[in-house]
Design a protein around this ligand. Structure first.
Ligand SMILES: Cc1ncc(C[n+]2csc(CCOP(=O)(O)OP(=O)(O)O)c2C)c(N)n1
Ligand SMILES: [Mg+2]
Length: 626
């Protein structure tokens, strides 16, 4: 099968890329072109973000993906399907997630030979969440695939999530044969005009001659500018056609934007001249693997850091300059501190609705700077005084170099800032206590459950979350100590927690992974418990079970109408469902039983579901039993 001599040059390049060992974690040389903007330019990974550890197989697995998948160079002409698989691999893809369909077998057949692991899921929604979580965790895109309208529409929630999270991702959807197009053929829809609108960019090639250019543009769209999901609608018959002999894989893409000296100077000036400045930091910092530089920058200027919603791992939460996470469930001190700011730097965040508390900040009159790959015109509620298109790492490195050895703050200002920062930190510590209320049942105290996780889990454990009020206790009370230890969708999509955790456990086989889910959200994707067992992913799933869509019931109560309509649920024996799927299951009804169940789950060779029984009286982190 392998005929290196006959391989076209781009094949060899793709193969060389695929053989490149995991990066040495070393900083880029000064003066080197900033390569970190390219998600797979791994030289830029910073040391505290642990590298992927796919080489270590999980113990006790039933089926594990072939961990040594190495691309095989195809002899003779390539099919379109094989070319697309090679192009995906060359752009950094290692995993594909799918419910297979007959419409894209010509692509699916090519993945393993191209060096891409294929994982079958129980629902395309979970496949899309897994691809999204992979992109969010590693910065490298993954692929999700579905068949025509039925599989494609099921992928939709994950495409939307990738767009909201600015996550690079490829979505491939099999389309009907070209001669059937436009005839409302079996499961046919106009996939570009419908599902394509959920993505950043979409295309449907009609001839083999179009495919190389489409893949080049798809790669650029997914990985550059503001990263996002791209959708490829692929007619079934096209996938088995031969590619033109001269087709080449083009992975060239523009480097990320970088701040100019003047822009960096202006941002430093803004922060240095203010009395109560704040930095609000988002996913752009995590994607650029630049938490260390952010921490240093904050220290150099004595400016505190608040994390954007669901980006709480942006710097160590133990750092005295960390003042919590904005958005749903934020401690009251977070908004108070943002309101008290007289200058704000928004770094690597698009300022979404939850982070801005419903677009109420940055408030009118506040001086603020926006540094982001693509600073958005619609971000926040007011226009920034300084808008800088820049990769976060490039900005921070240059800013720190400029600040080093230069006293931009006088001694009196440093002393004032330090005193303010200490007081602010104390205020946040006090406002983020989640286990203070007395409670002796029935059921467990959700705050104590999170406090136990905080005490027992090692610093490199990865947490994922689903959507629901249960997440409020973790968002406020957990402490993340390393970047890349949290995965949560800013789309607020239910069903995300378990699929995301499976991916995290596949990528980092040596680290504990805990999925925090509600009974409502877990039920949406719990069929993937079998997937977890099949692929040997060890996940601890903690289900906060209040037998209701608690968040919605809370809103109904606040409205005073329709209380309980469609929000009351019946009991589900999640622990038994876990066992039925080959995983472990435990039920916890008292606080004291949670820690032993957690420790047993962490030591186990398989995925475990810990069903935590909550009293319905626990409504939200801000509305606890009287
Ligand atoms: C896919 C999806 N459907 C509906 C919603 C609206 N929604 C937000 S939270 C929630 C209830 C979640 O229930 P559960 O997972 O049990 O968590 P709880 O709020 O009870 O803690 C619903 C239905 C959503 N966010 N995502
Ligand atoms: Mg619930």
């Amino acid at each position: 099968m392998t005929e290196l001599a006959a391989a076209p040059l781009d094949d060899l390049a793709a193969e060389a890329a695929a053989h490149t060992p995991e990066p040495e974690l070393e900083p880029a040389e000064p003066g080197e072109p900033e390569s970190e903007a390219a998600p797979e330019s791994e030289a830029a990974l910073e040391s505290e973000a642990a590298p992927e550890s796919e080489a270590a197989p999980g113990p006790g697995t039933t089926i594990t993906p072939d961990l040594e998948l190495v691309p095989v160079i195809a002899a003779g002409p390539r099919t379109v399907g094989r070319f697309i698989a090679d192009a995906l691999r060359a752009s950094g893809v290692r995993y594909a997630f799918t419910v297979p369909g007959e419409s894209f077998l010509g692509l699916l057949d090519a993945f393993e030979d191209a060096g891409i692991h294929v994982i079958g899921t129980r629902h395309e929604g979970a496949a899309a969440f897994m691809a999204e979580a992979h992109g969010q965790l590693t910065g490298r895109p993954a692929v999700c695939l579905g068949t025509r309208a039925v599989g494609g529409t099921n992928l939709g929630i994950g495409i939307h999530t990738a767009l909201q999270d600015s996550t690079p991702m490829f979505v491939a959807i099999g389309q009907v044969e070209r001669s059937f197009l436009g005839r409302e053929a079996f499961q046919e829809i106009d996939q570009v005009a419908t599902l394509g609108r959920l993505a950043k960019w979409a295309a449907e090639p009609r001839a083999a001659a179009d495919v190389a250019a489409m893949m080049a543009e798809a790669t650029r769209q997914a990985l550059t500018g503001r990263p996002g999901p791209v959708l490829l609608s692929l007619p079934e018959d096209l996938l088995d056609e031969p590619m033109p002999e001269d087709a080449r894989i083009d992975t060239a893409r523009p480097g990320a934007a970088r701040a100019t000296d003047q822009e960096i100077h202006a941002v430093i000036e803004l922060l240095a001249s203010a009395e109560r400045p704040v930095i609000l930091a988002g996913a752009g910092v995590l994607r650029a693997r630049t938490s260390t530089e952010l921490t240093h920058f904050a220290e150099l200027l004595n400016v505190p850091v608040i994390a954007a919603w669901r980006r709480a791992d942006v710097i160590s939460n133990d750092h005295p300059l960390f003042l919590g996470m904005a958005g749903f469930g934020a401690a009251s001190s977070v908004r108070e501190r943002l309101d008290a700011a007289d200058a704000l730097l928004v770094l690597g965040s698009r300022l979404n609705e939850p982070t801005t508390f419903g677009y109420t900040m940055p408030r009118a009159g506040l001086r603020w700077a926006h540094v982001d790959l693509v600073p958005g015109e619609t971000a926040g509620s007011t226009t920034p005084e300084i808008s800088v298109a820049s990769d976060a790492k490039a900005f921070l490195k240059a800013a720190n170099e400029r600040l080093l050895g230069r006293a931009v703050l006088d001694a009196a200002l440093v002393a004032t800032r330090q005193a303010n920062n200490r007081a602010d930190r104390e205020a946040w510590e006090a406002a983020s206590v989640i286990d203070g209320r007395p409670w002796d049942g029935p059921g467990v105290h959700p705050g104590r459950t999170i406090a136990t996780l905080r005490r027992v889990l090692p610093d490199d454990a990865i947490l994922t979350t689903d959507a629901g009020n249960f997440a409020g206790w973790a968002g406020r009370g957990f402490r993340f100590r390393r970047p890349g230890t949290f995965l949560g969708p800013t789309s607020g999509a239910m069903g995300y927690g378990l699929p995301a955790a499976i991916v995290a456990a596949l990528v980092h086989r040596d680290r504990p992974v805990v999925a925090l889910v509600g009974d409502g959200g877990l039920a949406m994707t719990m069929a993937e418990l079998e997937t977890a067992v099949r692929v040997g992913a060890r996940v601890v799933v903690v289900v906060f079970d209040n037998e209701q869509y608690g968040t919605i019931r809370m809103w109904q109560e606040r409205r005073g109408t329709g209380v309980g309509v469609a929000s009351e649920l019946g009991p589900v024996d999640f622990a038994a469902i876990a066992r039925a799927c080959g995983a472990r299951g435990a039920r916890v009804e008292r606080d004291a039983d949670f820690e032993p169940a957690l420790r047993a789950a962490l030591a186990a060779d398989r995925t475990t579901v810990i069903q935590v029984a909550l009293d319905r009286a626990w409504v939200s982190v801000d509305q606890v039993p009287a």
